[in-house]
Design a protein around this ligand. Structure first.
Ligand SMILES: [Zn+2]
Length: 55
């Protein structure tokens, strides 16, 4: 099942939603699990491996 990453415009938190393609194509109403706002925007899911931070 694909994972869709969203960001909430109200609280600014990111969250991931698991939806089947069929569910996603039905334009489901996604709600932020943190503040229950539906003012959310899809973000591009990144598949980058862990990057080692050196400071
Ligand atoms: Zn939120």
């Amino acid at each position: 099942m694909p994972a869709y990453e969203y960001v909430c415009k109200d609280c600014g938190k990111k969250f991931t939603v698991f939806l089947s393609v069929k569910e996603y194509e039905g334009h489901p109403k996604i709600k932020c699990p943190h503040c229950t706002s539906d003012n959310v925007e899809r973000t591009i899911t990144t598949f980058f491996a862990k990057t080692s931070k050196k400071s």
